[in-house]
Design a protein around this ligand. Structure first.
Ligand code: FES
Ligand SMILES: [Fe+2]
Length: 355
């Protein structure tokens, strides 16, 4: 399936971009990125229009890149500023420049038509700037799988009991039904596990030893940003669903970036309303998340490899697949909208469907 291009994807953390040329691939497109002397991150097509050498193999001259083959030079807008050996600069001597937006230490890139890039639509949460919350950036998890499988896993609370038994799930949630709804453009899958022993994560960070109420809300924003709102509160509080801030609450964020059909990078981080300012706790949480994400990676890569083999019969869908099913349908609709152009003028209906 084609990638969705008119969307913001995470290219990396702010710390990943400096003076050096960084080569990366997003939605199959190769890019060269760097930070200019004014602090702005720029992204260019990583292919010289002359002999197609990736510009990332050239070198920076001030805020421009000089191609490593014959020295054609391009500025941060992709415009050619020098062709060695001639005085004129041909109009077709340019590389595509991509819209980039940096916010909360995250570098986003718009892979489609730059004139459609609206920075108001970059994913945001009020908790990023709330002093009662602590934001901590993790890493980029590289997964040899298609991004749809990675994103789908993030609207699938049912897997945690089986894939993450020591960290994020335990047997008490195996048979608790998952609710699914849509909130605007987000798909939400959630469940509460009431009055059950705490999972490993909240034994460690909530200090809970007796029974707790635990929630998992999986929000998937199209095309592939996930927020997993999970937490626990003492079961005696019988916490209402909308009072989750009264418990120990964590948002695990996953910015899922399609690299190629078979490769995905999941930049993950978290926001939390507990242990604010405590970097030792951040490190301990990272260690637990890394256990869990390595478990996801193993499963997703094995499924992807199997999907690529000849199929004797159709895979099946079961009751817990509601979130993933809605997600796939919305992705198909987005792809359809992006890859076709509807030029039909509104006319009197000529198509009548008989029941
Ligand atoms: S390939 Fe870049 S200048 Fe020739
Ligand atoms: Fe998982």
């Amino acid at each position: 399936m084609p990638f969705i291009r008119n969307a913001w994807y995470v290219a990396g953390w702010s710390r990943d971009f400096g003076d050096d040329l960084v080569a990366l691939t997003i939605t199959g497109q190769t890019l060269v990125m760097y930070r200019t002397s004014t602090g702005e991150v720029v992204a260019l097509e990583d292919r010289c229009p002359h002999r197609q050498l990736p510009l990332s193999k050239g070198k920076r001259i001030g805020d421009t890149i000089q191609c490593g083959y014959h020295g054609m030079t391009f500025n941060g807008q992709g415009k050619c500023t020098r062709v060695p050996g001639q005085d004129n600069l041909p109009a077709s001597a340019y590389v595509d420049a991509y819209a980039v937006h940096e916010r909360h230490g995250i570098v986003w890139i718009w892979m489609g038509d730059p004139t459609l890039a609206d920075t108001d639509t970059v994913f945001d949460l009020p908790e990023f700037s709330d002093p009662a919350w602590h934001a901590h950036q993790g890493e980029g998890l590289h997964i040899e799988a298609n991004y749809l499988n990675v994103a789908e896993n993030l609207v699938d609370p049912a897997h945690v009991s089986f894939v993450h038994p020591t960290t994020l799930g335990n047997a008490s949630s195996e048979n608790v039904p998952v609710h699914v709804s849509t909130q605007g453009k987000a798909i939400v899958a959630w469940r509460w596990i009431r009055d059950a022993p705490p999972i490993g994560f909240f034994q460690k960070f909530g200090g809970f030893s007796g029974n707790v109420d635990r929630w998992h809300y999986y929000y998937l924003h199209l095309p592939s940003t996930a927020v997993i709102d999970f937490g626990s509160a003492d079961a005696a509080l019988n916490l209402p669903e909308d009072d989750r801030n009264k418990g120990v609450r964590i948002f695990a964020l996953h910015f899922v970036t399609p690299v190629t059909e078979d490769y995905t990078i999941d930049h993950w981080m978290h926001l939390r309303n507990t242990a604010v300012g405590d970097e030792a706790a951040s490190g301990q949480m990272d260690a637990m998340f890394k256990i869990a994400f390595a478990e996801d990676k193993e499963i997703l890569e094995a499924c992807h490899a199997e999907e690529k083999r000849p199929q004797k019969r159709k895979p099946i869908r079961i009751a817990i697949d509601k979130g993933p099913n809605v997600y796939r349908k919305r992705i198909r609709d987005l792809v359809e909208a992006e890859t076709t152009e509807d030029l039909g003028e509104p006319v009197a209906p000529t198509f009548i469907q008989h029941e």
